[in-house]
Design a protein around this ligand. Structure first.
Ligand code: NAD
Length: 413
């Protein structure tokens, strides 16, 4: 199933509980603007390479649009469209004054040198600088991009428009970035996992966790949950699944990752090494945290998943058919639009700091993050109980209602 079809289905499941006409549904689903651009760079060897870049701006009813930039060879318009709409519902669920957008380039960043990635980023900004800005659309990191890419993006954008660090978030801390932004998504995933397990009556030390993807989000979530006494029995990245029934030495795994320039776990031997795909269907896992790609849990593997709860750290990891199978089996699913909202929340704090020229302490960032996510979690949990719907449908009901209300107040029908 196409990614945009999946988000459309999730939207409609929630919209069925709301009084929304077919016309309003269509208007809420259709992106405001979709841009596709050519991004050409000179490679280090002097040859010319050309890639395709996208920026999809989905909705601006609640404020400037916000969403990450992804560098991955599978990036395409349909996926970007789906991710942009997820950002609209996500910013609404956590009640940030933003709309939703997403962008990216169809490129494998591992095939490029650092200088080539810089040239690629600058060439992309040359193509889209007019449609992004601190009051219109504010990009951020996502898969394959990091604080360095954000710094290049800002620098290139400012060549056209002048000083304004609020044009992008996820910047290096010494370059107008926010303390705590790098850890924010993983930390949020961790704290929401703790809240979910509490509601389910699980004891941390007896609750095993498997995490797919050990990049920015997966590694910070692992660290947070390990410190909260949960045994992390497996983590994976593209090099394989690293498994230990009595719990991995998470500090050791993190050290290994840091010692390898590309952040890979390849060569880590203090545990069993299984094939990449083994992680999702490991037996006896209590909590599964997909923190890599979308569309990884489908009707083909949903029945084999042993976890009692799934925390969607990645965007769109479960397709709607798998979602139905898992719901029927009583698996609790904390949806992406809440589970990974820590990143955009601290991005919002960064934007606020940039606009006020005032820096927050790490403690303040963490406190405000925890408060924002807690409120959103309680709201989603309560709505789910009151309306007898899944946590996903509850989160969409809240998000859609807020977006709809903003358009009504603005006088749009
Ligand atoms: P990243 O590029 O830092 O890390 C991705 C990780 O996934 C890497 O360890 C990679 O090896 C691994 N991976 C890729 N394909 C895999 C596969 N088939 N099996 C197992 N592992 C695989 O990316 P990230 O920033 O950590 O983002 C991960 C997910 O979280 C994405 O879906 C992204 O959209 C979502 N997300 C990220 C943020 C953020 O702030 N970074 C915010 C919200 C959501």
């Amino acid at each position: 199933m196409k990614a945009s079809e999946a988000t459309r289905r999730y939207f409609n499941l929630a919209a069925d509980h709301l009084d929304l006409s077919p016309g309003i549904r269509e208007a809420m689903l259709m992106p405001q603007r979709e841009v596709q651009v050519q991004v050409s760079i000179e490679r280090d060897d002097g040859s010319l390479a050309t890639y395709v870049g996208f920026r999809v701006q989905h909705d601006k009813s609640r404020g400037p649009m916000k969403g990450g930039l992804r560098y991955h060879h599978e990036v395409n318009l349909d996926e970007t469209r789906s991710l942009a709409s997820l950002m609209t519902w996500k910013t609404a669920v956590v009640d940030l004054p933003y709309g939703g957008a997403k962008g990216g380039i169809g490129v494998n960043p591992r095939s490029l040198s650092m200088r080539e990635i810089e040239r690629l980023t600058r060439a992309f900004v040359d193509q889209i600088h007019d449609i992004v800005g601190p009051d219109t659309d504010i990009p951020a990191p996502d898969m394959g991009t990091d604080h360095r890419v954000m710094a290049w993006f800002r620098n290139q954008w400012e060549k056209y428009h002048g000083f304004n660090p609020a044009v992008i978030t996820g910047k290096p801390v010494e370059e107008y970035g926010a303390k705590g932004r790098e850890e924010a998504t993983g930390r949020g995933v961790g704290s929401l996992t703790v809240k979910t397990t509490k509601r389910l009556g699980f004891k941390p030390s007896e609750t095993t966790i498997a995490i797919q993807g050990f990049g920015n989000v997966g590694s910070h979530a692992a660290k947070f949950l390990n410190e909260a006494q949960f045994p992390i029995v497996a983590v994976s990245d593209i090099s394989g699944t690293y498994f230990r029934q009595d719990g991995l030495d998470v500090a050791g795994v993190l050290r290994h990752k840091l010692q390898h320039p590309d952040g890979s776990l390849e060569g880590y031997t203090e545990c069993e090494v299984l094939p990449v795909d083994a992680l999702l269907t490991l037996p006896d896992t209590d909590i599964l945290i997909p923190a890599a790609l979308g569309g990884v849990i489908t009707k083909h593997n949903a029945k084999e998943i042993s976890a009692k709860a799934i925390i969607e750290a990645a965007n769109g990891p479960i397709d709607p058919i798998a979602d139905e199978i898992l719901n029927e089996r009583g698996v609790t699913i904390l949806p992406d639009i809440l589970a990974n909202a820590g990143g955009v929340t601290v991005s919002y704090f960064e934007w606020v700091q940039n606009r006020q020229h005032y820096r927050w302490t790490l403690d303040r960032v963490r406190q405000e993050l925890d408060r924002t996510l807690s409120e959103a979690f309680e709201n989603v949990w309560r709505t789910s109980q009151e309306q007898g719907v899944s946590l996903r449908t509850a989160a969409y009901i809240i998000g859609i209602t807020r977006v709809r209300r903003a358009s009504e107040l603005a006088g749009m029908t």
